[in-house]
Each structure stands twice: as C-alpha cells, then as structure tokens.
Design a protein around this ligand. Structure first.
Ligand code: CUA
Length: 450
C-alpha cells in the first residue's frame, strides 16, 4: 500500500513540478521555434507515458495485492496484448523522432541569402571574423598563428586582406538577417551555444563546422561553451548583441581589417623611452617597481599584456572601481599616452629592460603553495612565465605585495568585474578558489621560490 501512495505522489509531484517550476526555455530570439516544438512533442509523449505507466503500476499493485485466498495464474503469451503494445510503442517513438528529422533537415540547409561570420574558439575565449567588402573569408591555418597574427591568416590569400578581425568576446549581428556561423577551434573541442537562438554546435580543431539562424529579437545574449574544454571551461563566456542594421554597421566599423593590422607601424622602443619618463617616477627608472609608491615592476612583463592593461586603464575597464585607489591613479596616468602607437612604443621600451630581482616579503608553506599553483599554472605556465596563447601574464619575478593586492582585488570584485574585462572576470572566478589569506601566502611563497 505504501508503494501505491509513493507512485501516485511521484506522478503528482512530477506534474506539479513541471507546471509550477520557473525552469523552462529562455524566451526565443531566433527563427528556431520548431526546435522548441520538437522538444515539446518529446516531453508530452514521454510525459503521458510516464503518467500512464506509473498510475497503471499503482493500480495493479493495489488490485493484485497479497490475498491468501487468491492464486496467480500463469500466462506466458498474449498475442493480442503484445500486438497493440508494439503498435503503440512504435507510433510513440516515430512521433518523437520524425519531427526532429524534419527540423534537422532545415537546420543544416543554410539559406542562400545568409551572410557568413566566422567564430573562433580557443581556451577560453571567443573571437570573430567578418568577410569584409569582397564577401569572402580569407584562408586561415593554425601554422600561421603568432602574436602578430592571432587568427592565423594566410599571407598568400588576398581574399583575407579585407577580413574584419574582432578580437573581443562580443559579437554583434544585424536583426532579421539569416547568418551562417562558420565554427573553428584553435586548440581543443569547444561548443558554440546560444540558448535564446536554440543553436548549439561542436567546434573541432582541424575542421570547420557550421550553424545558421536568423536573430529575431534585439538584445544581448550569452554565448556559452558547452564542451568540457579544460580547467577554465566554465569561464569561456561571450556575448551576442542583436542590433539594428545601422548599429551593427557602426560596431563593425570599429574593428580593423587584416590589412590594417599588418599596416601598423612597428613599435618603437626608442620613442617609447621618452614616453616612459613619466611612468618612471612611480615604477622606477628601470621599471623595477617601487613599493613605497605602490607601483609594481613592469620590466619582465610581455608587451601584449602591458598594452592590454594600459588600454583597459584608458577605457575605464580597469582602475574605475571606487575601492581601487591605486588603480584610479594609474587610470589617470595612463591618459598621458596619447594614442595606440604611444602605448605600443612604451610597452616595447619596457620589454627591452632587464627583469628585476625582487625580494620576497611574505612567508608561507612553499609545498602547499605549489599545490595551489597547479590550477594557476594551466594558464600562467608551469614556471609562472606567462603564456601568450592564453593571454596570461608572467607571475614569477613580480613583487608579492603587488600580486597579493591584485588577488585580493579580484576576490573582492574590485578588479575584473567590468563588463569589458573578460580575462579579469576569469581571474575573479579563479582567485575565489583560494580558500583564505594563508593559501594566498603559500601561493606567493611558491612563486617567490621560482
Ligand atoms: Cu570551450 Cu568549454
């Protein structure tokens, strides 16, 4: 009898959960209403079968409960029963699968008028490429990937010259225009998914997969990676913004073409030396860092990292938080660099200076710190030497008091919470995995030992 009650409660509970719970599809923002229909059909069919089977079980348990005056009779075959059970099951399975086949056929057939956009997945970022005026994407190959050519553009293909390279996690798309996304990965398996568009497709290194849709609602949506792709998989987030045609064009015009990227003058360390004079008053003549000025060493840091931080200071992405006093000072100072060339020159000059010897100031357990560093090393390198591919700066040879403050800032959300600071956001998530002050001191002691 208890079992009967349990089964009936299971059915009632499941139905109530379905009707009352807030978890359901996110509002649809693309043409793929049919994807929802197929899921609905599957849910209704399995739901009806679930209710019917469980209630029948409860009924049978109740009706045929133990009774000493009754004996079960043996009936191994029942042709009639087997026939209609087989027919009903077949109809149910066909009804569940057939609509999916119809929708899948549409899903893989891209309309001719769709415009193409390439999505590049890499640990743990999203990048995008538009074909430019010729409407054709240039050839790419991972052999060509370098600091100067992160997309791996082929130097031999003229079709790539006007390709627009979007080195940002945010993609904009024009409203109501079908788009074909060409998906590729630079390293491991990723999966491009936007729940509101109902699209989700694997990205496989060495090949180009695709998906298509028409965005139908203006708004901002999350891009999620839905393939476990390493230690920071859960931080691999991006955005898609659906815009009016005019806003979209305006956004796209902000990004350089491949030929513009190549045409940039080489960074000039000599010119950078003069520009560095202002920085020297806090960071030191040799960019060795001055603790009394709360200014860390800059020598030893890679130019790509310095450039990004200076740009972030200028754009209010870093150093804008009200509790980030030193960051605010730096944000003000960063504006003495008048343009992008100045930023690149000064970074090139700093890069030419020798990395300083920095004395350790914290005391902690080096062995425990080494264990904590395991997850950091996945991005920052086994020797904390930094890793361009993952855009993770060098940590070895950086003053521990500075690293300590930054870890604190990340943990408190003082750094890394600005919308435009995607790497910073990843660091917020990672820094919070350190349990307490003690773990931080252990970690810093280990870094000092490198
Ligand atoms: Cu990329 Cu998970």
């Amino acid at each position: 009898m208890k079992l009967v009650v349990a089964l009936v409660l299971l059915v009632l509970g499941s139905l109530l959960f379905h009707w009352l719970s807030p978890w359901w599809f996110t509002p649809l923002a693309s043409n793929w209403g049919t994807v929802d229909t197929t899921v609905d059909i599957t849910l209704y069919i399995t739901g009806i079968v679930f209710v019917a089977v469980n209630l029948f079980m409860a009924y049978a348990i109740f009706l045929y409960r133990h009774n000493p005056s009754r004996r079960a009779h043996y009936e191994p075959e029942n042709k009639k029963l087997e026939t209609w059970l087989t027919v009903i099951t077949t109809v149910g399975v066909v009804a569940m699968l057939a609509p999916g086949l119809v929708v899948w056929a549409e899903f893989i057939k891209v309309p001719d008028e769709a415009h193409e956009v390439e999505v590049v997945g890499e640990q743990w970022q999203w990048r995008y490429r538009f074909p430019g005026a010729d409407g054709k994407l240039g050839e790419v190959d991972s052999r060509y990937v370098s600091e100067a050519n992160p997309f791996g553009m082929s130097p031999a293909d003229p079709a790539g010259e006007d390709d627009i390279l979007v080195r940002s996690n945010e993609l904009h798309l024009p409203l109501d225009r079908p788009v074909k996304l060409l998906l590729r990965s630079k390293d491991v398996l990723h999966n491009f998914a936007v729940p509101q568009f109902r699209v989700k497709m694997d990205m496989v290194p060495g090949s180009v997969s695709y998906t298509w849709f028409s965005p139908t609602v203006v708004g901002k949506y999350d891009v999620l990676c839905m393939e476990l792709c390493g230690i920071a998989h859960y931080t691999m987030r991006g955005h898609v913004v659906v815009d009016s045609e005019a806003d979209f064009e305006k956004w796209l015009a902000e990004y350089p073409t491949w030929s513009e990227v190549q045409g940039r003058p080489k960074a000039d360390a000599v010119a950078g030396k003069a520009q560095y004079a202002v920085c020297a008053s806090c960071h030191g003549q040799q960019a060795e860092g001055i603790e009394a000025m709360n200014a860390p060493a800059l020598a030893g840091l890679a130019p790509w990292y310095l450039e990004r931080q200076i740009r972030h200071y200028q754009q209010g992405i870093r150093g804008a938080h009200q509790d980030d006093t030193f960051g605010q000072q730096m944000a003000g100072m960063s504006r003495v660099l008048a343009n992008d060339n100045a930023i690149r020159n000064v970074s090139a000059y700093i890069d030419s200076l020798p990395a300083p010897e920095v004395p350790g100031t914290v005391s902690g357990n080096v062995a425990k710190g080494a264990a904590h560093f395991n997850s950091c090393g996945a991005c920052h390198g086994a020797k904390a030497q930094g890793n361009y591919a993952l855009q993770a700066p060098r940590l070895a040879g950086i003053q521990d008091w500075y690293l300590k403050r930054q870890l604190h800032n990340f943990r408190q959300g003082i750094r890394g919470t600005h919308e435009g600071d995607n790497y910073g956001h990843q660091m917020v998530l990672m820094a919070r995995s350190l349990q307490n002050e003690k773990s931080i001191d252990d970690l810093l002691s280990y870094l000092n030992s490198l």
